[in-house]
Design a protein around this ligand. Structure first.
Ligand SMILES: Cc1cc2nc3c(=O)[nH]c(=O)nc-3n(C[C@H](O)[C@H](O)[C@H](O)COP(=O)(O)O)c2cc1C
Ligand code: SF4
Length: 442
């Protein structure tokens, strides 16, 4: 029985050596309001125009998956509130949402922020509310411990953010699709945490039909730094197109899961060295979580920024980096596809049926039971099903299947002949690979 690595033990927290962390604190425990203020937090909101200018110049990109420019989203929400986009003429009300659901199994950075730096997140939400002129904010999450820490932080503040919007915490059951932005909006409005059709996107008509800024918790956590130090200092780390630092949840067989704060653009080889994994051990990686599929060992030549990874046909996504070392990539892909089969919201026929079919074909391949016909079908599905679901889950499954077939032909051929040395005895496919369990952090 092959064991796909699933993290256990504590989560190690490591800032990039030689740099002052912007988001991480290494002492453990939950930062109090007093400690946060002592570090310069909750500054009075000054000129919104000046803050908007710094945000624009900073090039801050979203940390929830797509790397979308934050300033563009802010402009969209402000435009939506003025121009109407479905709202009554002259309407100015907007909503802000801190998305901390973190459905991605290989990621633990949002829950870490919510549990350990709740005031940093709330301060970021407060600044985002100022940027879009909002008086209503939500912290959207599923982790009970994160909900407890945010609730306690709000109590410390007497229930209200300084110069900030009214805040409510909305807790849902965890799920891969629950963190998708339209699922978040629907859940906050009292419905199921499942994606809805787009358009409209939340910036046009979100919570209660109002223009809504849905931003990832880590994206928001960058705003207090930007507010205090400005865009030039923010850009002192990172690359021109991926400025600043990012949180990376790194998992690898035989190593404790680790949360790093890294400068964008860091060579992947440097991360391997930092994590204590020899390049010769590396077979590939899942970068950005499950969404963008598998990379082979040439990932070691890449840099960790949006532009490089996109060129390589992958993405930085939410910063989750699962190193494939001891595991067979075919078994990893089958595990991920089975996860999508279980976790899709069952709303779109092509996704419901497509993920089930791809998972079944990949499982048969992993177990040495597939033939050339199955492979041919898997390849075809990975192409024709792309773009046919309401959210990105079906695309994620297509990415997984396509990248396995494209980047691991030797391993796939070995499975067709039932000759994979790693999978003798049958692979373990019944759980999500590289899942970082919530209990490890406490
Ligand atoms: C299937 C799916 C799941 C998603 N899950 C999350 C999530 O758990 N957390 C998150 O912040 N964004 C998630 N997203 C992205 C959100 O839809 C949205 O783009 C994001 O919250 C925006 O924040 P950002 O601009 O700060 O990245 C998901 C997207 C998809 C397609
Ligand atoms: S694409 Fe899949 S996960 Fe997304 S809404 Fe449709 S059925 Fe649900």
């Amino acid at each position: 029985m092959q064991h796909i690595f699933s993290s256990a033990g504590g989560l190690t927290v490591v800032p990039y050596p030689g740099s002052d962390p912007r988001l991480l604190l290494t002492g453990g425990g939950t930062e109090t309001a007093y400690e946060y203020r002592d570090r310069g937090g909750y500054r009075p909101v000054g000129s919104v125009a000046a803050l908007a200018d710094e945000v624009e110049r900073s090039g801050l990109r979203g940390r929830g998956g797509a790397g979308f420019p934050f300033a563009v989203k802010v402009a969209g929400v402000r435009g939506g509130s003025r121009a109407g986009a479905g709202a009554p003429a002259g309407w100015t009300e907007t909503v802000v949402v801190a998305n901390g659901e973190e459905g991605e199994p290989a990621s633990f950075k949002d829950r870490w922020l919510l549990r350990h730096r709740p005031h940093l997140v709330l301060d970021g939400l407060r600044l985002a509310a100022a940027l879009v002129g909002s008086r209503r904010g939500y912290v959207y999450l599923s982790d009970p411990e994160a909900a407890r820490c945010i609730g306690a932080a709000l109590e410390e503040l007497g229930g209200a953010l300084p110069d900030g919007p009214e805040i409510a915490v909305v807790q849902v059951d965890p799920g891969y699709v629950a963190g998708e932005e339209t699922a978040a909006v629907q859940a906050i409005d009292g419905g199921p945490a499942k994606p809805t059709d787009k358009p409209p996107r939340p910036f046009e008509a979100g919570v209660a039909g109002l223009p809504t800024l849905v931003s990832n918790v880590e994206t928001l956590a960058n705003l207090p730094f930007l507010d205090r130090w400005g865009a030039d200092t923010y850009r002192a780390a990172g690359t021109a197109l991926s400025p600043g630092t990012f949180l990376a949840t790194v998992t690898a067989a035989g190593h404790p899961p680790t949360l790093y704060e890294l400068p964008h653009g860091l060579p992947f080889a440097d991360l391997l060295a930092l994590h204590g994994v020899a390049e010769s051990e590396l077979r590939g990686a899942l970068i950005g979580g499950y969404f963008t599929g598998l990379l082979d060992r040439t990932v070691a030549d890449l840099n960790l920024d949006h532009e490089t990874l996109r060129r390589a046909g992958a993405g930085l996504g939410c910063g989750a980096i699962a190193l494939i070392t001891a595991e067979c990539p075919v078994a990893v892909a089958a595990g991920v596809l089975n996860y999508f089969d279980r976790e899709n919201a069952g709303q779109c026929g092509s996704c419901f049926n497509g993920t089930a079919a791809m998972a079944a074909a990949a499982t048969a391949l992993a177990e040495g039971l597939a033939g050339g016909e199955d492979l041919h079908r898997l390849r075809r599905w990975a192409t024709v099903l792309r773009g046919r679901g309401a959210c990105g889950t079906l695309d994620a499954a297509c990415n997984t299947a396509a990248s396995l077939l494209e980047r691991f032909p030797r391993e796939v051929a070995a499975h067709l002949d039932n000759q994979c040395p790693d999978c003798a005895g049958g692979p373990a496919l019944d759980h999500a690979p590289y899942r970082v369990a919530t209990e490890v952090v406490l």
